[in-house]
Design a protein around this ligand. Structure first.
Ligand code: URA
Length: 434
């Protein structure tokens, strides 16, 4: 095969065959297709898109560039995971994985670090002293067997072609392509050899996809490809025009997740955890009706069973939950004018956290796990001048760039807004494959 011909075919809008896609991915992973050639192909895909079939072949080729997990025949609990495309304040993996474990589902969760302004589950978990997220596959599988859940980073054995391609996309402006995102996400998640997958596709100012229509297209493609590759998958679309929960940061999001696991915590965070948990039970067939599935996960949350699983998982991963401080110092950020909370530019909260030291500007940056923001108001709330809108957590001296980002993040209007979005709402996307 000839790489220049394959690139030219895609550039001119032609479809690539399964053999061509397989060959390119294999040779790229072996270093025989150069970074320049793969970048050119990524750009051609970015502009010309791919059909569902091409996306499926790309995903399968990337998945098989690595070594998917092989569960022993004795491991009879269903294997399930959730993937979120990320949003400001999204900490749902932390209560969800142990909640599923508490109802008898195994969750071998491969997670990521912060990406742009959105935080990453691994960074949040690492705010617990001693906790390790880089585990070899034997340890990962042993913890799943013993506890029922584990949250780790992708090792080199999981879809290495994605790791190489993602690094190129990041520096060539080709991240935001539906077939490339689909293949990237699914090649890693399907390496877990799951019985089912639940996807939380975010849209809005606090998400990677700003428009709902874009998120819907991505959800549809992800569900179609994952199903055709043999993994029953359902996706929900969530509105991230308002941060999820009250806490934004690393340690403070772990503290808020513990609140949810202890039966309190913000209503939106608890509800989304239960919605995703219920979809999970239905998709692995542990329940067949929404109401009974909901009741089952709700009682596992309220009985403390999920909290126990979380503590056991943290302990198995080397973490010392007893040394994790749940209290944070607070200092208010106040409104400069009276009016109504009109909207949030949620990404700005994420950039403020990065500026405070809680996220990375360079891949090698060390994080301040303690700093964070606590949101005190919702879209549509009336406010007085001087009223606290947020609290800085463990951040005694916010810098002028942080203050400027927060000024941009919260839009105050003279008239009450029409509140049609801004609440974390969700809908189910089910791709009907022919
Ligand atoms: N997350 C991924 O893992 N891959 C993408 O391409 C985008 C988000």
């Amino acid at each position: 095969m000839n790489i220049a011909e394959i690139i030219a075919r895609k550039r001119d809008g032609g479809a690539l065959s399964s053999a061509q896609i397989d060959w390119v991915v294999t040779e790229f992973a072996r270093g025989q297709v150069s970074d320049a050639q793969m970048s050119a192909l990524a750009m051609a895909i970015f502009f010309q898109d791919m059909s569902i079939d091409e996306t499926l072949h790309l995903t399968a080729a990337m998945l098989h560039s690595g070594r998917p997990l092989q569960w022993p025949a004795t491991s009879d609990r269903p294997k399930l995971d959730k993937h979120s495309t990320g949003g400001i304040g999204d900490k749902i993996s932390l209560p969800l994985a142990p909640l599923w474990a508490a109802v008898g589902i195994d969750v071998p969760m491969i997670s990521g670090r912060g990406l742009g302004p959105t935080g990453g589950t691994l960074d949040k978990l690492e705010s617990i002293p001693g906790l390790q997220v880089q585990l070899d596959r034997e340890t990962m599988m042993r913890i799943v067997d013993e506890i029922g859940c584990v949250i780790v980073s992708a090792s080199a054995e999981f879809a290495p072609a994605d790791k190489k391609l993602y690094a190129l996309r990041d520096v060539t402006g080709t991240v935001a392509s539906i077939p490339l995102i689909t293949a990237s996400i699914l090649s890693k998640k399907l390496s877990e050899s799951l019985d089912a997958l639940v996807m939380d596709i975010k849209w809005g100012s606090g998400a990677f996809m700003k428009q709902r229509a874009q998120a819907l297209r991505l959800a549809d493609r992800l569900v179609a490809v994952a199903k055709q590759l043999g993994t029953p998958t359902r996706a929900i679309l969530t509105d991230m025009n308002q941060p999820l929960g009250r806490m934004i940061g690393n340690g403070c999001e772990v503290a808020e997740s513990l609140d949810v696991l202890e039966g309190s915590g913000p209503a939106d965070t608890r509800e989304l955890t239960l919605v995703l948990a219920t979809h999970g039970l239905l998709s692995v067939g542990l329940e067949s009706h929404w109401a009974t599935a909901w009741k089952r996960v709700e009682s596992a949350l309220d009985s403390g069973a999920a909290r126990e699983k979380f503590a056991a998982m943290v302990h198995a991963q080397g973490g010392r939950l007893e040394d994790f401080a749940r209290e944070f110092s607070r200092q208010p950020y106040v409104a400069s004018q009276a009016g109504w909370v009109h909207s949030f530019d949620c990404e700005k909260f994420g950039y403020a956290i990065i500026e405070m030291g809680g996220g990375r500007k360079q891949a090698t940056d060390r994080l301040d796990y303690r700093c964070g923001l606590e949101r005190l108001v919702e879209i549509g709330d009336p406010i007085e001048a001087g009223q606290p809108l947020l609290n800085f957590l463990d951040c005694p001296r916010p810098t002028p760039p942080v203050l400027e980002l927060l000024r941009q993040a919260i839009q105050i209007s003279a008239e009450p807004p029409v509140v049609s979005s801004g609440k974390a709402t969700w809908m189910l996307v089910e791709h009907e494959t022919p």
